[in-house]
Design a binder for this molecule. Structure first.
Ligand SMILES: [Zn+2]
Length: 445
């Protein structure tokens, strides 16, 4: 039925719903009532609809906002701080010293910058793992972004909460504080099998399950990690987690680069979701995750950028392009990871990875209105035979003109409406000054 009224009508675009089987709707429109999508169809269907705010897509693409399934948002503060170094030098000489000086305010400001970058490149929802996550939730709320946030938990004392018992208390505080928030979901986030004792992992899974929340963890990111777990437990990280009953349907395994056939079988059997972060894996020279094999086995895979220090951007359009091409060259098969598969990883399957696919990830009446408009009147997007091909292989984050999250317009014609960008940039410049003055190597440069 045609709606009589809409709060927002995004019209005159090619609607890509990402719902399985839906063809593109040319000259289409999406109607929004409050925070939800109320109707989708051809623009002329809405001619008699009373509309409070009309957004003209000017023939561009209207699609679900992208879902970043793994990042450390506040690491924007460390973008370009140190590159091209062996992992341990990078961590011990640069990242860990800088992180030891973080506090609630710095994480808040770094996350606001990340939100600005993500909104301006088409991401409407992100899953974060870091320190001071209450600040991340506050920043996401301020920016109007949907976010899944969880305090990183590990065996050694955290600069935020101290000993692990207080890490669980902090996580429970987050769960209580953000319960029923329209944009924020809390997750339980043990860092990895190599930095977390079995008891920590057990308790984390139990908390996540009793509250119906996702559990997010780095798994099998690098060969050194797999060797370490094999030394300690005689198993691969996935095999070890399976033995301890720690693989579950609410678990998001980030990276999953170094996997055996048996690992893939176990991930599928326990319905574990995987966050694929190809650019970070490439930059840190971790390896190439066996995504075609995971997909073939039926594992749900979403895309993530990982933190800004190992990427060095939060642009999921770039990540989709990289994912599609990396697996082709790796398998010497141009038919693997076709554009439609990758676009699904960036949208609906990303939402599924985070347990949010009943709310977001595709454009469907009744789902929350998280959508973006791509301006296709650009030299690099002309002509357009197949919009899905362009979204993966030709479009850039900077082609996103408008972003709506939870029914609120957060960017229109590339102008951020939810954030004061000058202030956001200035605040992070101040954090960078502090990092420069505390880092001898940087001072020398
Ligand atoms: Zn990570």
């Amino acid at each position: 039925m045609n709606p009589k009224s809409a709060d927002i009508l995004v019209t005159n675009g090619i609607v890509i719903t990402m719902k399985t089987g839906d063809p593109p709707i040319y000259n289409g429109a999406v109607a929004i009532k409050k925070d939800k999508i109320s109707a989708i169809g051809q623009s002329d269907k809405f001619s008699s609809c009373k509309v409070s705010r009309m957004i003209d897509a000017r023939g561009g693409v209207i699609m679900p906002g992208l879902v970043n399934t793994h990042t450390h948002a506040a690491m924007t503060c460390f973008r370009g701080l140190a590159d091209d170094l062996p992992l341990m030098t990078w961590l011990n000489d640069h990242i860990f010293p800088a992180e030891s000086r973080l506090n609630h305010q710095k994480v808040y400001r770094g996350t606001l910058l990340a939100c600005a970058e993500m909104i301006r490149s088409g991401t409407t929802c992100f899953c974060d793992m870091y320190l001071f996550e209450d600040a991340v939730a506050e920043a996401a709320r301020e920016a109007g972004m949907r976010a899944v946030v969880g305090e990183v938990l590990y065996d050694f004392p955290s600069p935020n909460y101290g000993p692990i018992a207080q890490g669980f208390a902090y996580t429970k505080m987050l769960i209580d504080k953000w319960r029923n928030d329209p944009l924020i979901t809390i997750a339980v986030e043990p860092h990895s099998p190599y930095l977390c004792a079995p008891d920590l992992l057990k308790q984390a899974l139990s908390i996540s399950r009793s509250h119906g929340l996702p559990m997010v963890m780095h798994i099998s990111e690098a060969r050194s990690e797999v060797a370490e777990i094999k030394k300690r437990h005689g198993k691969t990280p996935v095999g070890y987690l399976a033995d301890r009953g720690l693989l579950a349907e609410n678990l998001v395994g980030c990276h999953c680069v170094v996997l055996t056939q048996e690992d893939i079988f176990l991930l599928k059997r326990h319905d574990v979701k995987v966050s694929h972060c190809p650019e970070s894996n490439m930059k840190l020279a971790s390896g190439i995750a066996p995504i075609p094999q995971l997909l073939k086995a039926g594992v749900f895979v979403g895309l993530g950028t990982d933190g800004c220090a190992s990427n060095n951007n939060l642009d999921l359009f770039s990540e989709m392009d990289t994912a599609a091409k990396l697996h082709k060259v790796n398998t010497l098969d141009p038919t693997v990871l076709e554009a439609s598969t990758v676009l699904k990883m960036g949208t609906l399957n990303g939402a599924k990875t985070l347990g949010l696919d009943d709310k977001i990830g595709s454009l469907e009446p009744g789902k929350f209105a998280d959508l973006i408009v791509i301006d296709t009147k650009k030299p690099h997007l002309t002509p357009m035979y197949n919009p899905i091909s362009h979204l993966v292989y030709a479009a850039k984050g900077s082609d996103v003109s408008t972003s709506i999250i939870n029914g609120t317009v957060v960017m229109e014609n590339r102008r951020l409406l939810s954030l004061n960008i000058e202030k956001v940039l200035g605040d992070v410049e101040k954090i960078a000054d502090d990092i420069r003055s505390s880092n001898k190597k940087l001072r020398k440069n």
